[in-house]
Design a protein around this ligand. Structure first.
Ligand code: IPM
Ligand code: MG
Length: 401
């Protein structure tokens, strides 16, 4: 037996645990939720990203500027570009988020972020960590809220994916112990699990939802999933009016395709990796990952993004202007809701539903056979200005059932 390899692995593991203990100390000492209504000037940063990112983020920005025009004019809200979160600049600095870019990001309360490229083996770029994951960690954006709504099928799910722990916390720091054995680490903490559960129950309470479901594999992964599940039920006691139950991830994955059963799920709370996988499946029922937005929420900062990638192939083939901005527009709607404009957010959701799901006068194909992303965005903006917006949306929902 290679005792030296074991000792090396123990030392590395010890170091990782020290870092994580420091992280949890910070979580416990962190200031409470920021109150946007008390902020004098609310700053929104646009991170364009890579590939199709600058284009679709630009389209979503046009919508934000339209819906927030009064607030921008009065100086209550500022919308600015944040430069430098590109694969070229990140590679030049050899850092997932270069220090000056991170410093700039911290000057904004919320950001709207286009997809950023994550290098993989064989690429010309250095093998950097995912930008999304790094931002979630740096800004402690511990909750990933991913709604999936198909009103005509009675589906209205809110997934609360824990965003900073689980296999992601130490994803790049696994051990190659010797020539044969590799180990990764899964870390789930009590404070980390409690805060995501609390946010899910608060959401349920505020939105008159009656059921919150926790998803784990605690029968097998007894310690970490056990911690997540116990924290969930502990928090549930503070919300006696809401039903709390739990499912295992395997059967939950199956039940999401069971059309009779799936309607009954409302708010779901999951550890990071199960949440990553299950939300892609859920988004597929709604029309694919291109239709879903994602909110990365922390107590001080929040970042809103599409859940798909930067589509480098569209850039290579010169088709950027045909990229679908729907997911970024959905992310913009979540941003509006988060900073205190629920009505603007609802209107934008309705306009987007009409354009992308119901009326579909312009259908994006990703190629010159369909409209450009700019034409599609104009179409959404026309509906936003239409006095029959709510009435039309309601009619589509009624007729669809
Ligand atoms: C997501 C993505 C990211 C994740 C990738 C791009 C790192 O799949 O936001 O779901 O795994 O979280
Ligand atoms: Mg994912």
């Amino acid at each position: 037996m290679d005792n030296a390899a074991i000792e090396r692995a123990k030392a590395q593991f010890g170091k990782l645990l020290e870092d994580q203990m420091r992280r949890i100390e910070k979580v416990l000492a962190a200031p409470d939720w920021i109150d946007y209504s008390k902020v004098e000037t609310l700053r929104i940063g646009i991170l364009a990203g890579d590939g199709i990112g600058p284009f679709i983020a630009g389209e979503a920005r046009r919508i934000l500027e339209l819906l927030l025009s009064d607030e921008v004019r009065s100086g209550k809200i500022v919308i600015n570009d944040i430069e430098g979160l590109t694969i070229e600049n990140r590679s030049a600095h050899g850092k997932t988020i270069p220090d000056d870019v991170l410093e700039e990001i911290r000057k904004y309360h919320v950001t709207l972020k286009g997809p950023t490229y994550t290098p993989r083996v064989g690429d010309p770029w250095p093998n950097l960590e995912s930008c999304n994951v790094a931002m979630r960690k740096e800004l402690d954006l511990f909750a990933n809220l991913r709604p999936v709504r198909i009103p005509t099928q009675g589906i209205d799910w809110a997934f609360f994916r824990e965003n900073t722990e689980d296999l992601y916390a130490l994803g790049p720091y696994g051990l190659e112990v010797d020539d044969n054995i590799t180990v990764d680490f899964r870390l789930i903490s009590n404070p980390g699990s409690e805060r995501i559960a609390r946010l899910a129950f608060d959401y349920a309470r505020k939105n008159n939802r009656t059921q919150v479901t926790c998803v784990t594999k605690a029968n097998i992964i007894k310690t970490t999933d056990g911690c997540f599940l116990k924290s969930f039920y502990r928090v549930a006691e503070e919300y006696p009016e809401i039903n709390a139950d739990d499912w295992y991830i395997d059967i939950m994955t199956a039940k999401l395709v069971d059309e009779k059963r799936r309607r009954h799920f409302q708010v779901l709370v999951l550890p990071n990796l199960y949440g990553d996988i299950l939300t892609d499946e859920a988004a597929e029922f709604q029309g694919g990952v291109g239709t879903a937005g994602s909110a990365n929420i922390g107590k001080q900062y929040a970042m809103f993004e599409a859940i798909h990638g930067s589509a480098p192939r569209m850039v290579e083939e010169g088709r950027v202007q045909y990229a679908d901005p729907a997911s970024m527009i959905r992310a913009a709607s979540m941003l509006l809701g988060h900073i205190g404009f629920p009505e603007k957010s609802r209107n934008l959701d309705m306009a987007l539903d009409i354009c992308a799901q119901y009326e579909r006068k312009l259908v994006i194909t990703g190629r010159p056979t369909g409209p450009s992303g700019t034409e599609f965005t104009d179409y959404v903006m026309d509906w936003l200005a239409d006095s029959k917006l709510a009435m039309t949306w309601e009619k589509y929902i009624r007729d669809g059932q």
